[in-house]
Write a protein that binds this ligand. Structure first.
Ligand SMILES: Cc1cc2nc3c(=O)[nH]c(=O)nc-3n(C[C@H](O)[C@H](O)[C@H](O)COP(=O)(O)OP(=O)(O)OC[C@H]3O[C@@H](n4cnc5c(N)ncnc54)[C@H](O)[C@@H]3O)c2cc1C
Length: 350
């Protein structure tokens, strides 16, 4: 059982900034995200696009913003459960919560902050009859640990950046990489397409287009896929089949947690602290709704800050917190680091 002060569901920009604000109040956070990496929409949907409305950054790439947020919250040593979806929540007699993921990981906290954005990103799956029989037995929809492919035969399907980038990366790790796409054209960065072309010419990637995987075979785990190319079908031996057809966000199981939902978003008390209709459960960032709501990163940052102040009262009942500027109080990391503005030098003037 993972224990923390604030359990944050969603490691997008809102969830990551909440870790920093909670840290200033000496509260520990643990984040759950269905994606294998933090950053939410910024890292999954548009890492290479510039954002122009982050205060004090005239321009910053979405991927760089994620890196900066990770750097800013690192000193507060957040825990991460990545690649798992928060599925169920149980309120305990003492008012605390246990949240369990689809992989059975349990988390216990007095406060839950849902920073789930548009919802958990679920993979788009190819239409193959027995696909689900091989999930986690050689079929993966996202690559969490590239090392599991070392020395293996991997078939990747897809025509976007993920399929291209992972084919390039795994060409140095796997024994054999085959990239299959149903068109001859790829929808990815030009340099990635060119790199795949180069690796194909060097014999490091098998490129099969236009083609698709229509079947999987194997005794308890993937041993081969069936490929359809033009009017022919044939088998290809492999250890892994990785369809990378993109991800679509779904509010998913959170919609059944007894929270007030309006237009696929969670209603919150925006006049106070972004708490939901269930005391102790907050909703911040893109996932919530209230009159005048704007789905912008900077609004998520503000909501995360107020949520932490309110959570402090639940976790430390009766204790008063006096807001201090970081420029005055400095920042004491849980990792033993301390950041502070240089002190004024007191020196007598003769
Ligand atoms: C193309 C594009 C351009 C944009 N440009 C801008 C811009 O210029 N300026 C701006 O301010 N905003 C912009 N946005 C919007 C901005 O990205 C969002 O406002 C922001 O990402 C919201 O952050 P968040 O942390 O609330 O949610 P998200 O970034 O959506 O992160 C939520 C995370 O929660 C996870 N999650 C959800 N449910 C679960 C669950 N049950 N279990 C586990 N994990 C779960 C998801 O996997 C996801 O990683 C843009 C969006 C897009 C798509």
């Amino acid at each position: 059982m993972i224990k923390t002060d604030i359990l944050i569901i969603g490691a997008g920009p809102t969830g990551l900034f909440a870790v920093f604000e909670a840290g200033l109040l000496k509260l520990k956070c643990h984040l759950i995200d269905a994606l294998p990496q933090p950053g939410g929409q910024c890292s999954e949907l548009y890492p290479k696009k510039p954002i122009y409305d982050i205060p004090a950054y005239p321009e910053i790439l979405a991927g760089d913003l994620t890196d900066k947020l990770m750097e800013q919250c690192k000193q507060f040593e957040p825990g991460f459960t990545l690649g798992e979806r928060a599925d169920t929540i149980e309120k305990q007699d003492d008012g605390t919560f246990i949240v369990t993921t689809n992989k059975g990981t349990k988390h216990h906290a007095p406060v839950v902050a849902i920073a789930g954005g548009l919802g958990s990103f679920e993979p788009r799956k190819p239409l193959i009859d027995n696909l689900s029989d091989y999930e986690d037995k050689g079929v993966e929809y996202m690559i969490k640990e590239p090392e599991i492919y070392r020395g293996k035969k991997v078939v990747i399907a897809g025509g976007g950046d993920s399929a291209l980038d992972w084919s390039i990366f795994l060409s140095d790790v796997a024994e054999e990489v085959t990239l299959i796409h149903r068109r001859n054209e790829f929808r990815g960065h030009l340099d990635s397409v060119e790199k795949v072309q180069e690796l194909k010419s060097a014999g490091k990637i098998n490129l099969i287009t236009p083609a698709e995987v229509i079947g999987i075979e194997g005794d308890g785990k993937v041993e081969a896929v069936t490929i359809k190319q033009d009017a022919k079908t044939y088998k290809k031996e492999c250890d892994h089949f990785v369809p990378l057809f993109g991800l679509s966000p779904k509010l998913g199981p959170i919609a059944d947690w007894g929270l007030e939902i309006e237009k696929n978003s969670i209603k919150v008390n925006n006049a106070l602290d972004y708490q939901t209709n269930i005391p102790g459960i907050y909703a911040i960032g893109d996932v919530n709704t209230y009159p005048g709501k704007l789905k912008l990163i900077l609004c998520g940052f503000h909501e995360a800050t107020l949520m932490c102040q309110s959570a402090y009262q639940i976790i430390n009942p009766g204790k008063r917190y006096v807001l201090k500027y970081t420029t005055v109080a400095g920042v004491d990391g849980f990792d033993g680091t301390r950041k502070e503005a240089p002190k004024a030098v007191v020196k007598a003037i003769e």
